[in-house]
Design a protein around this ligand. Structure first.
Ligand code: SF4
Ligand code: MG
Length: 330
C-alpha cells in the first residue's frame, strides 16, 4: 500500500525552567499506509500521545515534517485547515470532548458547518452517522452528553469525527475507559466504519491485546523514539527489540501454563528528561552490552517490512562493525 501520511524527523522538545529539556518526541520517522490500522504502543511517557497531537498539528513540532498523500502539511498545497479536516481524532475521555450545552445532533453537525457545509446537509450527515454508530436519531438527537453512557458518548465522538469525512482517524486510548463488553462492540464498530468509509486508523493504546486484535502493523515507542515497527502478526509472534519482548512478556497471560514466564519490566521507568546515552533502553535491557551505553542504534531491518532500533539487529543485518575484530553482540 502507498503511504497516506509520511512522518519525517518528528521532534517535540519542551524546555523546562531549570534549563533541562523534556524530549517527548525525538526524531520519529514512520509511514501510515493507506487503509491500514497502525497500532502505537509503549509505556506512559514514551511519546505516543504527543506524537498523536503532532500528527493532528494540535501543537507545533520542534522539528520535522508531515507529508499527507504527497503534499506537505502546512504548505500552500495543503493548508492546515484542510489537513485538519482530513485527519480527525477520538480521545479517551468521551465526556471532555463533547460540549455539555450542545445536543448530540448539534455536537455532530457543528464541525461540518464550520467547514462550510450547509446546515441541512450537516444534519442529514449527522442522522446518517447516528444510525451507523447505533444511536437512532429519533431517540438521541435532542439528548445531552450527560444523559448518555460512556460507550454511547464514545459512539457520538466517533460520529462527530466522521462527520467531517476525514480520510484518517487517530484514536488515542479511544476504548480504554470502556467496559470490556462495550469495548468489543466499539472495536467492531470501528472496523465496520473503516471498511465502509475507506478510512485509515492510527490506534494508540496501552492495551497490547486490543492493539494486536485491531492493528495491521504496530509501532513500539520508547522514550520518544521508534523502538520497533512491523506487521502485527510478525511483531507479536517474533518481537525483535528487547523492549518489545519485555513489554509483551509483562502482559498477564490467560494461559496458566505460561504465567510463570511473566517478566515484568525491570529498572527505572523511562524519563524523557536527559534520556540515557547510547541506546535509550540500555539501563533496563537484559541483553545490553558495554557498547550499548555508547553507540546510538539506528533502525535496521529484521525482516521484510519489520524494523528495530537495536545494535544486535544493526550488526547482524550486515553492519560494517560486525567483523571478526568487533563481533556482533551475543
Ligand atoms: Fe538492548 Fe543494546 Fe539492543 Fe539497546 S542496543 S535494545 S541495550 S541490546
Ligand atoms: Mg496517553
Amino acid at each position: 500500500a502507498q503511504p497516506l501520511l509520511t512522518i519525517r524527523g518528528l521532534t517535540k522538545h519542551f524546555p523546562l525552567k531549570n534549563g533541562s529539556t523534556v524530549r517527548a518526541v525525538d526524531g520519529v520517522d514512520f509511514e501510515v499506509l493507506k487503509g491500514e490500522t497502525l497500532g502505537v504502543v509503549g509505556e506512559s511517557g514514551c511519546g505516543k500521545s504527543t506524537t498523536a497531537r503532532l500528527l493532528m498539528h494540535l501543537m507545533d513540532p520542534t522539528a520535522g515534517e508531515l507529508i499527507f498523500d504527497g503534499r506537505t502539511v502546512g504548505s500552500r498545497d495543503l493548508p492546515l485547515k484542510e489537513f485538519r479536516r482530513q485527519v480527525q481524532m477520538v480521545f479517551q475521555d468521551s465526556y471532555a470532548s463533547l460540549n455539555p450545552r450542545l445536543t448530540i445532533e448539534d455536537s455532530i453537525a457543528f464541525g461540518p458547518q464550520v467547514h462550510g457545509v450547509s446546515k441541512k446537509e450537516a444534519i442529514a450527515r449527522t442522522h446518517h452517522l447516528m444510525d451507523r454508530v447505533g444511536l437512532a436519531p429519533s431517540r438521541f438527537a435532542e439528548r445531552y452528553p450527560h444523559e448518555l453512557s460512556g460507550g454511547q458518548r464514545q459512539r457520538i465522538n466517533i460520529a462527530r469525527a466522521l462527520a467531517l469525512q476525514p480520510r484518517m482517524v487517530i484514536l488515542d486510548e479511544a476504548v480504554s475507559a470502556l467496559d470490556k463488553s462495550v469495548e468489543a462492540q466499539v472495536l467492531n464498530l470501528l472496523s465496520d466504519l473503516k471498511r465502509e468509509f475507506g478510512l485509515t486508523y492510527v490506534f494508540i493504546s496501552h492495551d497490547l491485546g486490543v492493539v494486536h486484535y485491531i492493528s495491521d502493523r504496530v509501532m513500539v515507542m520508547y522514550l520518544g523514539q521508534v523502538a520497533e515497527i512491523g506487521p502485527s502478526d510478525s511483531l507479536f509472534a517474533q518481537p525483535a527489540h528487547p523492549y518489545t519482548k519485555a513489554l509483551l512478556s509483562s502482559v498477564p497471560s490467560m494461559d496458566p501454563a505460561h504465567r510463570t514466564q511473566r517478566a515484568p519490566l525491570a529498572g527505572d521507568p523511562p524519563n524523557p528528561i536527559n534520556p540515557p546515552t547510547g541506546c535509550r533502553f540500555h539501563p533496563r535491557c537484559p541483553q545490553a552490552a558495554a557498547v550499548c551505553a555508547e553507540r546510538v542504534p539506528t533502525i535496521s531491518d529484521v525482516q521484510l517490512h519489520h524494523h528495530a532500533r537495536c545494535l544486535v539487529h544493526e550488526f547482524s543485518s550486515g553492519h560494517p562493525l560486525a567483523t571478526a575484530d568487533q563481533p556482533a553482540l551475543a
